[in-house]
Design a binder for this molecule. Structure first.
Ligand code: ZN
Length: 290
C-alpha cells in the first residue's frame, strides 16, 4: 500500500531528538528516508516549525530544516518531504503584516510549500481571530489548505480552549472556499471534530498523533480498545472516509506500529483513500510533484 504521511515533522529542533529515541527512531533525514522506503511512504507533509528569520518585526513562515539550513527559494530538503508554512501566532501583534505576508508568499510560490499550519492552543489565538484572516486569504489565493493543531497539547502551558475542534467551525463558515484540516482528529474531542467535519464540506481530519512513543500495534490495540472503538464509531457515524487522512506525527511515534494501528480502524475499502488518495485532494499541490 502506497502511503502519504499527511502530518509529520522534519526539524532539527533538539526536543525532537529526544522524542524520536522514545519512539525507537532517530531524528535524522537518513533514518527517516530509510523508514519511508521500508514502509512505502512516498511523501511526508511536514508541519513547519519555528523560524526566527533575519529581520526584526517580520514573522517568518515556519519551515523544515532537518536536512540542512532552510533556503526559502532553493529547496534543499529531500524531494519526498514537503511542508506547511507555520504561523507563529504568539508574534502576530509584533509583526509587520505586510512584510510577513510577503515572506509567506515567497515560500508559497515554491511547489514544496503545500499548506499553512496554525497552532491555536500553543499561541493562544483562536482560529476565528481576525489576526489570522490574512493567512486564510493567502490559502485561498494559493489554493492550499490550512491545518490547525487541534485537541490535546504537548505543553502544559498551552491553552486547550483555543485548540478545541469546535473553534474551526467559525472559519470553515467564513471561508467556504478554503480547505481546513483538524489535526489529530481533535482528540480527545472526537465527537466534536466529527460534527464540525460533517457540517462543513471544507473540513478534513488527520489521524496523526493519537498515540506517542514506542509500542507494538497489538499492545496498543489491546490497551486502548475502548478508545479505538470510540474512534471507529464516530468515523462510521460520519460515513465519509474521503475526509480522513493518515498522518504519523513523526518523530513522536513508531511509524510501522502506528500504520498498523490506523489500518486496523479503517475499513479495507477506504484504506487507499485514507492512506493516500485523500491527501492528494486536500494538499492538491502534491499532484505536481508525483
Ligand atoms: Zn504535529
Amino acid at each position: 500500500m502506497k502511503i502519504i504521511d499527511a502530518h509529520m515533522h522534519f526539524s532539527d529542533n533538539p526536543g525532537f531528538a529526544r522524542v524520536a529515541l522514545a519512539a525507537k527512531h532517530e531524528n535524522t533525514a537518513a533514518h527517516l528516508l530509510q523508514t519511508f522506503r521500508e514502509n512505502n511512504i512516498v511523501f511526508g507533509i511536514a508541519m513547519g516549525t519555528h523560524n526566527p528569520g533575519k529581520k526584526p518585526g517580520v514573522c517568518y513562515p515556519g519551515i523544515v530544516d532537518l536536512a540542512g539550513e532552510f533556503d526559502p527559494e532553493h529547496y534543499n530538503q529531500p524531494s519526498c518531504i514537503v511542508y506547511c508554512a507555520g504561523v507563529n501566532g504568539m508574534e502576530l501583534d509584533r509583526c509587520d503584516m505586510e512584510s510577513t505576508l510577503e515572506e509567506f508568499r515567497r515560500v508559497l510560490r515554491t511547489k514544496q510549500c503545500v499548506g499553512i499550519k496554525l497552532y491555536p492552543g500553543y499561541d493562544a489565538v483562536y482560529p476565528g481571530d481576525r489576526r489570522n484572516y490574512p493567512f486564510y486569504e493567502l490559502a485561498r489565493e494559493f489554493d492550499v489548505p490550512v491545518v490547525f493543531h487541534s485537541g490535546d497539547t504537548a505543553s502544559p502551558r498551552a491553552l486547550l480552549k483555543y485548540s478545541h475542534p469546535l473553534a474551526v467551525d467559525e472559519v470553515a463558515v467564513a471561508f467556504p472556499d478554503v480547505r481546513f484540516v483538524i489535526a489529530h482528529y481533535g482528540s480527545p474531542w472526537i465527537v466534536d471534530a466529527t460534527e464540525v467535519a460533517i457540517k462543513n464540506d471544507n473540513v478534513y481530519l488527520d489521524l496523526s498523533g493519537l498515540a506517542e512513543g514506542y509500542f507494538t500495534a497489538e499492545e496498543y490495540c489491546r490497551k486502548n480498545r475502548g478508545y479505538l472503538e470510540h474512534l471507529k464509531t464516530w468515523m462510521a457515524y460520519m460515513d465519509d472516509y474521503s475526509r480522513l487522512m493518515y498522518g504519523s506525527d513523526w518523530p513522536l511515534i513508531h511509524i510501522p506500529s502506528y500504520i498498523e494501528v490506523i489500518r486496523s480502524v479503517i475499513p479495507e475499502e477506504h484504506r487507499e483513500a485514507v492512506f493516500y488518495g485523500n491527501a492528494l485532494r486536500v494538499f492538491s499541490r502534491l499532484n505536481a510533484l508525483l
